[in-house]
Design a protein around this ligand. Structure first.
Ligand code: G6P
Length: 384
Protein backbone atom coordinates (compact mmCIF):
# COMPACT_ATOMS: atom_id res chain seq x y z
CA UNK A 1 0.00 0.00 0.00
CA UNK A 2 1.29 3.43 -0.90
CA UNK A 3 0.99 5.62 2.15
CA UNK A 4 1.62 9.27 1.47
CA UNK A 5 3.40 11.72 3.73
CA UNK A 6 0.79 14.35 2.91
CA UNK A 7 3.23 17.23 2.91
CA UNK A 8 5.05 16.17 6.06
CA UNK A 9 8.80 15.78 5.78
CA UNK A 10 8.73 12.42 7.57
CA UNK A 11 6.15 9.80 8.46
CA UNK A 12 7.04 10.27 12.11
CA UNK A 13 5.93 13.91 12.02
CA UNK A 14 2.77 12.98 10.15
CA UNK A 15 2.01 10.33 12.74
CA UNK A 16 2.61 12.77 15.60
CA UNK A 17 -0.01 14.99 13.95
CA UNK A 18 -2.42 12.08 13.60
CA UNK A 19 -2.59 11.69 17.37
CA UNK A 20 -5.67 13.85 18.05
CA UNK A 21 -7.63 11.82 15.49
CA UNK A 22 -6.30 8.51 16.79
CA UNK A 23 -7.25 9.29 20.38
CA UNK A 24 -10.65 10.39 19.21
CA UNK A 25 -11.36 7.25 17.22
CA UNK A 26 -10.18 5.01 20.03
CA UNK A 27 -12.47 6.81 22.48
CA UNK A 28 -15.33 6.77 19.99
CA UNK A 29 -15.12 3.02 19.61
CA UNK A 30 -15.33 2.23 23.30
CA UNK A 31 -17.12 5.16 24.93
CA UNK A 32 -20.79 5.82 24.42
CA UNK A 33 -20.48 9.57 24.39
CA UNK A 34 -22.02 12.30 22.37
CA UNK A 35 -19.15 14.39 21.02
CA UNK A 36 -21.34 17.31 20.02
CA UNK A 37 -23.21 17.84 23.27
CA UNK A 38 -21.77 19.26 26.49
CA UNK A 39 -23.16 16.30 28.38
CA UNK A 40 -20.64 13.50 28.79
CA UNK A 41 -23.20 10.74 28.55
CA UNK A 42 -26.75 9.90 29.36
CA UNK A 43 -25.54 6.53 30.62
CA UNK A 44 -23.71 6.64 33.97
CA UNK A 45 -21.31 4.01 32.71
CA UNK A 46 -20.35 4.59 29.09
CA UNK A 47 -17.37 2.21 28.67
CA UNK A 48 -17.93 -0.76 26.32
CA UNK A 49 -14.74 -2.72 25.71
CA UNK A 50 -16.53 -5.75 24.30
CA UNK A 51 -14.39 -8.29 26.18
CA UNK A 52 -15.59 -11.65 27.52
CA UNK A 53 -17.17 -11.12 30.94
CA UNK A 54 -15.13 -13.90 32.55
CA UNK A 55 -11.89 -12.11 31.66
CA UNK A 56 -12.28 -9.31 34.19
CA UNK A 57 -14.22 -11.07 36.98
CA UNK A 58 -12.70 -11.55 40.46
CA UNK A 59 -9.25 -10.43 39.43
CA UNK A 60 -6.53 -10.42 42.04
CA UNK A 61 -3.67 -9.14 39.96
CA UNK A 62 -2.49 -8.10 36.53
CA UNK A 63 0.75 -8.79 34.71
CA UNK A 64 1.79 -6.93 31.59
CA UNK A 65 4.33 -8.21 29.05
CA UNK A 66 5.75 -5.98 26.31
CA UNK A 67 8.92 -4.61 24.71
CA UNK A 68 10.28 -1.15 23.95
CA UNK A 69 7.77 1.66 23.74
CA UNK A 70 4.90 -0.75 24.42
CA UNK A 71 6.59 -1.59 27.73
CA UNK A 72 6.44 2.11 28.60
CA UNK A 73 2.71 2.12 27.84
CA UNK A 74 2.50 -0.86 30.20
CA UNK A 75 4.13 1.19 32.96
CA UNK A 76 1.48 3.90 32.61
CA UNK A 77 -1.07 1.05 32.65
CA UNK A 78 0.36 -0.24 35.92
CA UNK A 79 0.01 3.15 37.54
CA UNK A 80 -3.63 3.37 36.44
CA UNK A 81 -4.57 -0.21 37.34
CA UNK A 82 -3.06 0.16 40.79
CA UNK A 83 -4.11 3.71 41.66
CA UNK A 84 -7.52 3.71 39.97
CA UNK A 85 -8.66 0.09 40.05
CA UNK A 86 -6.64 -1.05 43.11
CA UNK A 87 -5.23 -4.05 41.26
CA UNK A 88 -1.64 -5.08 42.00
CA UNK A 89 0.16 -5.00 38.65
CA UNK A 90 3.57 -6.08 37.43
CA UNK A 91 5.16 -4.98 34.17
CA UNK A 92 7.66 -7.35 32.59
CA UNK A 93 9.96 -7.10 29.63
CA UNK A 94 8.65 -9.98 27.53
CA UNK A 95 12.22 -11.12 26.78
CA UNK A 96 12.91 -11.47 30.51
CA UNK A 97 9.57 -12.95 31.51
CA UNK A 98 10.01 -15.80 29.02
CA UNK A 99 12.97 -17.17 30.94
CA UNK A 100 12.08 -16.09 34.47
CA UNK A 101 8.31 -16.15 34.83
CA UNK A 102 6.83 -15.13 38.16
CA UNK A 103 5.34 -17.93 40.29
CA UNK A 104 1.83 -18.87 39.21
CA UNK A 105 -0.78 -16.75 40.96
CA UNK A 106 -4.53 -17.30 40.78
CA UNK A 107 -7.06 -14.97 39.13
CA UNK A 108 -4.44 -13.19 37.07
CA UNK A 109 -5.02 -11.12 33.96
CA UNK A 110 -2.06 -11.18 31.55
CA UNK A 111 -1.91 -8.31 29.10
CA UNK A 112 0.32 -8.36 26.02
CA UNK A 113 0.92 -4.89 24.58
CA UNK A 114 2.34 -4.74 21.06
CA UNK A 115 1.93 -2.25 18.27
CA UNK A 116 2.82 -4.72 15.54
CA UNK A 117 1.18 -7.74 17.12
CA UNK A 118 4.21 -9.66 15.81
CA UNK A 119 7.02 -9.12 18.34
CA UNK A 120 8.52 -12.58 18.93
CA UNK A 121 9.35 -12.10 22.60
CA UNK A 122 5.89 -10.78 23.46
CA UNK A 123 4.12 -13.57 21.59
CA UNK A 124 6.36 -16.20 23.21
CA UNK A 125 5.71 -14.81 26.70
CA UNK A 126 1.96 -14.97 26.10
CA UNK A 127 2.19 -18.47 24.61
CA UNK A 128 4.18 -19.62 27.64
CA UNK A 129 1.57 -18.18 29.99
CA UNK A 130 -1.15 -20.00 28.08
CA UNK A 131 0.72 -23.32 28.24
CA UNK A 132 1.74 -23.23 31.88
CA UNK A 133 -1.75 -22.28 33.03
CA UNK A 134 -3.35 -25.10 31.09
CA UNK A 135 -4.82 -27.90 33.26
CA UNK A 136 -3.74 -26.54 36.65
CA UNK A 137 -7.19 -25.67 37.93
CA UNK A 138 -9.77 -23.08 37.17
CA UNK A 139 -8.50 -20.30 39.36
CA UNK A 140 -5.13 -20.42 37.61
CA UNK A 141 -6.64 -20.49 34.13
CA UNK A 142 -4.98 -18.18 31.63
CA UNK A 143 -6.85 -14.94 31.03
CA UNK A 144 -5.14 -13.22 28.17
CA UNK A 145 -5.77 -9.77 26.78
CA UNK A 146 -4.01 -8.11 23.86
CA UNK A 147 -3.65 -4.37 23.27
CA UNK A 148 -2.68 -3.58 19.67
CA UNK A 149 -3.42 -1.48 16.63
CA UNK A 150 -3.08 -4.57 14.40
CA UNK A 151 -6.13 -6.72 15.19
CA UNK A 152 -5.33 -8.93 12.19
CA UNK A 153 -1.84 -9.82 13.52
CA UNK A 154 -0.43 -13.03 15.03
CA UNK A 155 -1.34 -11.66 18.47
CA UNK A 156 -5.05 -12.05 17.68
CA UNK A 157 -4.59 -15.68 16.70
CA UNK A 158 -3.05 -16.36 20.10
CA UNK A 159 -5.25 -14.11 22.25
CA UNK A 160 -9.02 -14.07 21.68
CA UNK A 161 -9.65 -10.87 23.64
CA UNK A 162 -8.19 -7.81 21.97
CA UNK A 163 -8.51 -4.09 22.53
CA UNK A 164 -7.91 -2.60 19.08
CA UNK A 165 -6.43 0.84 19.75
CA UNK A 166 -7.52 2.14 16.33
CA UNK A 167 -4.16 3.80 15.76
CA UNK A 168 -3.87 2.16 12.33
CA UNK A 169 -0.58 1.31 10.68
CA UNK A 170 2.49 3.25 11.79
CA UNK A 171 5.36 3.70 9.34
CA UNK A 172 7.94 5.58 11.42
CA UNK A 173 10.06 3.04 13.27
CA UNK A 174 9.97 5.15 16.43
CA UNK A 175 6.48 4.65 17.82
CA UNK A 176 4.38 7.76 18.48
CA UNK A 177 0.66 7.49 17.75
CA UNK A 178 0.58 3.78 18.60
CA UNK A 179 2.03 4.55 22.05
CA UNK A 180 -0.54 7.24 22.79
CA UNK A 181 -3.32 4.91 21.66
CA UNK A 182 -2.05 2.07 23.88
CA UNK A 183 -2.14 4.43 26.84
CA UNK A 184 -5.72 5.39 25.96
CA UNK A 185 -6.62 1.68 25.97
CA UNK A 186 -5.21 1.44 29.49
CA UNK A 187 -7.36 4.38 30.64
CA UNK A 188 -10.45 2.64 29.33
CA UNK A 189 -9.49 -0.68 30.89
CA UNK A 190 -8.57 0.84 34.27
CA UNK A 191 -11.76 2.91 34.41
CA UNK A 192 -13.85 -0.09 33.41
CA UNK A 193 -12.24 -2.15 36.17
CA UNK A 194 -12.62 0.72 38.65
CA UNK A 195 -16.31 0.78 37.87
CA UNK A 196 -16.68 -3.00 38.27
CA UNK A 197 -14.66 -3.06 41.47
CA UNK A 198 -16.22 0.15 42.79
CA UNK A 199 -12.87 1.68 43.54
CA UNK A 200 -13.84 5.11 42.17
CA UNK A 201 -16.87 7.20 42.96
CA UNK A 202 -19.32 7.82 40.15
CA UNK A 203 -18.41 11.48 40.22
CA UNK A 204 -14.70 10.85 39.88
CA UNK A 205 -15.35 8.37 37.06
CA UNK A 206 -17.44 11.01 35.30
CA UNK A 207 -14.73 13.64 35.71
CA UNK A 208 -12.09 11.36 34.22
CA UNK A 209 -14.27 10.34 31.29
CA UNK A 210 -15.02 13.97 30.58
CA UNK A 211 -11.27 14.63 30.82
CA UNK A 212 -10.59 11.91 28.24
CA UNK A 213 -13.08 13.55 25.91
CA UNK A 214 -11.11 16.81 26.04
CA UNK A 215 -7.78 15.20 25.14
CA UNK A 216 -7.97 15.29 21.32
CA UNK A 217 -8.50 19.07 21.30
CA UNK A 218 -5.78 19.52 23.91
CA UNK A 219 -3.25 17.50 21.89
CA UNK A 220 -4.08 19.72 18.93
CA UNK A 221 -3.45 22.75 21.09
CA UNK A 222 -0.01 21.42 22.08
CA UNK A 223 0.85 20.69 18.45
CA UNK A 224 -0.27 24.08 17.20
CA UNK A 225 1.46 26.08 19.90
CA UNK A 226 4.74 24.19 19.90
CA UNK A 227 5.67 22.99 16.47
CA UNK A 228 7.74 26.01 15.41
CA UNK A 229 8.96 26.72 18.87
CA UNK A 230 10.36 23.24 19.49
CA UNK A 231 11.98 23.31 16.07
CA UNK A 232 13.81 26.52 16.99
CA UNK A 233 14.79 25.14 20.38
CA UNK A 234 16.16 21.96 18.80
CA UNK A 235 18.99 24.00 17.19
CA UNK A 236 20.56 24.37 20.63
CA UNK A 237 20.94 20.63 21.05
CA UNK A 238 22.24 19.42 17.72
CA UNK A 239 25.71 18.87 19.22
CA UNK A 240 24.63 17.70 22.65
CA UNK A 241 26.01 14.33 23.77
CA UNK A 242 23.86 13.48 26.77
CA UNK A 243 20.39 14.27 28.00
CA UNK A 244 18.70 13.41 31.28
CA UNK A 245 14.91 13.13 31.51
CA UNK A 246 13.13 13.18 34.84
CA UNK A 247 9.54 12.66 35.91
CA UNK A 248 7.66 11.09 38.78
CA UNK A 249 4.55 9.04 39.31
CA UNK A 250 2.47 8.59 36.20
CA UNK A 251 4.90 10.78 34.24
CA UNK A 252 8.01 8.72 35.00
CA UNK A 253 7.19 6.34 32.11
CA UNK A 254 6.80 9.41 29.88
CA UNK A 255 10.33 10.49 30.83
CA UNK A 256 11.52 6.99 29.83
CA UNK A 257 9.64 7.24 26.54
CA UNK A 258 10.98 10.75 25.84
CA UNK A 259 14.54 9.53 26.38
CA UNK A 260 13.96 6.46 24.22
CA UNK A 261 12.59 8.59 21.34
CA UNK A 262 15.70 10.78 21.45
CA UNK A 263 18.06 7.78 21.51
CA UNK A 264 16.27 5.94 18.74
CA UNK A 265 16.24 8.67 16.14
CA UNK A 266 18.97 11.18 17.05
CA UNK A 267 21.56 8.72 18.46
CA UNK A 268 22.10 11.09 21.36
CA UNK A 269 22.58 9.35 24.67
CA UNK A 270 19.62 9.93 26.96
CA UNK A 271 18.59 8.42 30.25
CA UNK A 272 15.48 8.80 32.31
CA UNK A 273 15.08 8.59 36.06
CA UNK A 274 12.31 9.02 38.54
CA UNK A 275 13.24 12.53 39.69
CA UNK A 276 13.65 11.54 43.34
CA UNK A 277 16.30 8.99 42.37
CA UNK A 278 18.67 11.60 40.88
CA UNK A 279 20.42 12.16 44.19
CA UNK A 280 21.36 8.48 44.42
CA UNK A 281 23.73 8.53 41.48
CA UNK A 282 22.76 10.22 38.23
CA UNK A 283 23.22 13.71 39.66
CA UNK A 284 26.96 13.02 39.41
CA UNK A 285 26.57 13.21 35.61
CA UNK A 286 25.22 16.74 35.58
CA UNK A 287 27.05 19.83 34.39
CA UNK A 288 26.47 22.67 31.94
CA UNK A 289 26.80 20.27 29.02
CA UNK A 290 23.97 17.96 30.12
CA UNK A 291 20.47 19.37 29.68
CA UNK A 292 17.72 18.06 31.93
CA UNK A 293 14.17 17.66 30.67
CA UNK A 294 11.70 17.58 33.54
CA UNK A 295 8.01 16.72 33.41
CA UNK A 296 6.29 18.76 36.11
CA UNK A 297 2.53 18.51 36.13
CA UNK A 298 0.38 19.84 38.99
CA UNK A 299 -0.74 17.02 41.26
CA UNK A 300 0.72 14.72 43.88
CA UNK A 301 4.39 15.13 42.94
CA UNK A 302 4.49 18.61 41.38
CA UNK A 303 6.49 20.33 44.17
CA UNK A 304 8.75 17.33 44.45
CA UNK A 305 9.67 17.42 40.75
CA UNK A 306 10.30 21.16 40.93
CA UNK A 307 12.66 20.78 43.85
CA UNK A 308 14.45 17.90 42.07
CA UNK A 309 14.78 20.18 39.04
CA UNK A 310 16.23 22.95 41.18
CA UNK A 311 18.90 20.53 42.41
CA UNK A 312 19.84 19.93 38.78
CA UNK A 313 19.96 23.67 38.18
CA UNK A 314 22.46 24.04 41.02
CA UNK A 315 24.76 21.79 38.91
CA UNK A 316 24.50 24.25 35.97
CA UNK A 317 22.35 22.01 33.80
CA UNK A 318 20.06 23.70 31.35
CA UNK A 319 16.52 22.94 32.48
CA UNK A 320 13.69 22.27 30.07
CA UNK A 321 10.31 21.90 31.71
CA UNK A 322 7.19 20.26 30.34
CA UNK A 323 4.69 22.10 32.49
CA UNK A 324 1.61 24.37 32.32
CA UNK A 325 2.44 27.97 31.46
CA UNK A 326 0.38 29.50 34.21
CA UNK A 327 2.35 27.78 36.97
CA UNK A 328 4.54 30.58 38.22
CA UNK A 329 6.97 28.54 40.29
CA UNK A 330 7.54 26.20 37.36
CA UNK A 331 8.16 29.15 35.02
CA UNK A 332 10.82 30.42 37.39
CA UNK A 333 12.45 27.03 37.80
CA UNK A 334 12.97 26.24 34.13
CA UNK A 335 15.18 27.94 31.54
CA UNK A 336 12.81 26.83 28.82
CA UNK A 337 9.19 25.81 29.13
CA UNK A 338 7.41 23.44 26.74
CA UNK A 339 3.88 24.32 27.80
CA UNK A 340 1.03 21.86 28.04
CA UNK A 341 -2.54 22.54 29.18
CA UNK A 342 -3.20 21.89 32.85
CA UNK A 343 -5.30 18.73 33.16
CA UNK A 344 -6.05 16.11 35.77
CA UNK A 345 -2.69 14.61 36.71
CA UNK A 346 -3.92 11.12 35.80
CA UNK A 347 -4.60 12.19 32.21
CA UNK A 348 -1.48 14.30 31.78
CA UNK A 349 0.78 11.64 30.14
CA UNK A 350 -1.15 11.93 26.89
CA UNK A 351 -0.18 15.61 26.70
CA UNK A 352 3.31 15.56 28.21
CA UNK A 353 4.44 12.93 25.72
CA UNK A 354 3.79 15.20 22.70
CA UNK A 355 6.44 17.92 23.24
CA UNK A 356 9.01 15.19 23.93
CA UNK A 357 8.18 13.51 20.61
CA UNK A 358 8.58 16.85 18.84
CA UNK A 359 11.87 17.59 20.61
CA UNK A 360 13.35 14.23 19.61
CA UNK A 361 12.01 14.57 16.08
CA UNK A 362 13.41 18.05 15.46
CA UNK A 363 16.82 17.31 16.94
CA UNK A 364 17.12 14.20 14.75
CA UNK A 365 15.84 16.00 11.65
CA UNK A 366 18.29 18.87 12.17
CA UNK A 367 21.10 16.35 12.48
CA UNK A 368 20.08 15.19 9.02
CA UNK A 369 19.28 11.66 10.11
CA UNK A 370 16.91 9.15 8.60
CA UNK A 371 14.17 9.73 11.15
CA UNK A 372 11.76 7.12 9.80
CA UNK A 373 14.37 4.38 9.40
CA UNK A 374 16.93 4.76 12.19
CA UNK A 375 20.05 2.63 12.00
CA UNK A 376 19.96 -0.84 13.61
CA UNK A 377 16.22 -0.71 14.37
CA UNK A 378 13.23 -2.44 12.80
CA UNK A 379 9.54 -1.68 13.04
CA UNK A 380 8.74 -5.15 14.22
CA UNK A 381 11.18 -7.67 15.60
CA UNK A 382 9.88 -11.12 14.68
CA UNK A 383 12.98 -13.00 15.82
CA UNK A 384 14.18 -13.48 19.35
C1 G6P B 1 10.85 -2.58 17.95
C2 G6P B 1 10.51 -1.14 17.58
C3 G6P B 1 10.08 -0.34 18.81
C4 G6P B 1 8.95 -1.07 19.51
C5 G6P B 1 9.34 -2.49 19.89
C6 G6P B 1 8.15 -3.29 20.37
O1 G6P B 1 12.07 -2.61 18.64
O2 G6P B 1 11.61 -0.50 16.96
O3 G6P B 1 9.64 0.94 18.41
O4 G6P B 1 8.57 -0.36 20.65
O5 G6P B 1 9.83 -3.17 18.74
O6 G6P B 1 7.28 -3.47 19.30
P1 G6P B 1 5.78 -3.85 19.41
O7 G6P B 1 5.31 -4.01 17.99
O8 G6P B 1 5.71 -5.15 20.15
O9 G6P B 1 5.06 -2.78 20.14
Amino acid sequence: VMVEKQGFKHFMLKEIYEQPGVVRSCLESYLEINWTSQETSSSPYPIRLGLEESLLENLEQVQIVACGTSWHAGLVGKYLLEQVAQLPTQVHYASEFRYAPTPLMPHTLTIGVTQSGETADTLAALEMEKQRRNGVGEKFQARLLGITNRPESSLSRLVPNIIDTHAGIEIGVAATKTFVAQVIAFYLLALDLAHRRQTLSRDRLGVLIEGLRQLPAQIEQVLESQERYVEALAHEFVETHDFIYIGRGINFPIALEGALKLKEISYIHAEAYPAGEMKHGPIALLDAKVPVVAIAMPGTVFDKVLSNAQEARARDSQLIGVTPLDEEEARHTFDVVLPVPEVDELLSPILTTVPLQLLAYHIAALRGLDVDQPRNLAKSVTVE
